[in-house]
Ligand binder design. Structure first.
Ligand SMILES: [Zn+2]
Ligand SMILES: [Zn+2]
Length: 262
């Protein structure tokens, strides 16, 4: 990658249970197609020569080894459902080696939740130092500077849990969106490549449908929509054929480049 390239690498593109999911014999879970094998949510955002992990699902250790990721400048969390944070403890390996805490960006509610569940990650007495140093996104903060990079914040919710999406340059990552108001379109202004979560063609209790995702992309004037957090209802090749040209299904290992200045 050239030093100036900005990109996002999808480490994991599955819904919460991963694909194949335990004990499932459906056509997608038993498929040999590489793009039907999906691990849990996580990804690497590279911008301004910084590397950020965006969520840390339960498969993060294998994902870091697969992508030879040895170091990060920070961890950014969208929310604290298990499929997005269960791997947070694995980042001790990075913090221990650096002998420094990893900067962590998340909402106050996410930080409170992680601290209550895994307090040892924030207690120097049980380690040489804190594993994480927290930077809080206050409610309705329009943008935040984290490790020298400016992010626009996008607020919405899922099953009553507040979730934060992030826009950097002309790229935005908005996962686990179910309920939102019109404010998100203001926050998404200038987006060209929009990543949205959508499990299936039909909506579920926790997730919007592909049609609803396309509607959000249209209202945001995004040129390119990439769907992630994909369920085993969607076979990669046959679903791709059904989608319009500017809508794609993400797959593990997919890399998207973007313009950081837009
Ligand atoms: Zn969630
Ligand atoms: Zn999720």
């Amino acid at each position: 990658m050239p030093a100036s390239a900005c990109q996002y690498t999808f480490f994991g593109t599955s819904a919460s249970m991963g694909i194949p999911s335990i004990g499932c014999n459906c056509a997608v879970c038993t498929s040999c197609e590489k793009k039907n094998k999906r691990t849990r949510p996580a990804g690497l955002l590279e911008v301004a020569n910084k590397k950020f992990l965006l969520d840390v699902g339960p498969d993060i250790r294998a994902q870091c080894l697969e992508h030879k990721l040895e170091d990060i400048d920070g961890l950014i969390l969208t929310h604290t459902h298990y499929d997005h944070v269960a791997g947070i403890d694995e980042l001790r390996a990075i913090s221990f080696r650096k002998k420094a805490p990893i900067p962590l960006l998340a909402s106050q509610s996410s930080i409170n939740d992680i601290k209550s569940k895994m307090s040892y990650l924030f207690e120097p007495k049980s380690h040489r130092a804190d594993i994480f140093s927290c930077q809080v996104i206050e409610n309705n903060m329009q943008s935040v500077e984290f490790c020298g990079v400016n992010f626009s914040c996008i607020f919405y919710s899922q099953l009553g849990m507040p979730v934060v999406g992030y826009k950097v340059g002309d790229f935005a990552f908005v996962t686990d969106i179910k309920n939102h108001d019109k404010g998100i379109y203001e926050s998404l202004k200038g987006v060209r490549t929009l990543v949205l979560s959508a499990i299936d063609f039909t909506p579920t209790r926790a997730h919007i449908s592909i049609d609803e995702a396309m509607d959000i992309a249209k209202k945001s004037n995004a040129e390119r929509l990439i769907l992630t957090h994909i369920g085993h209802e969607l076979e990669h090749m046959s679903t791709t054929e059904k989608l319009p040209e500017n809508v794609e299904l993400a797959y593990d290992g997919m890399v998207v480049t973007f313009d950081p200045k837009a």
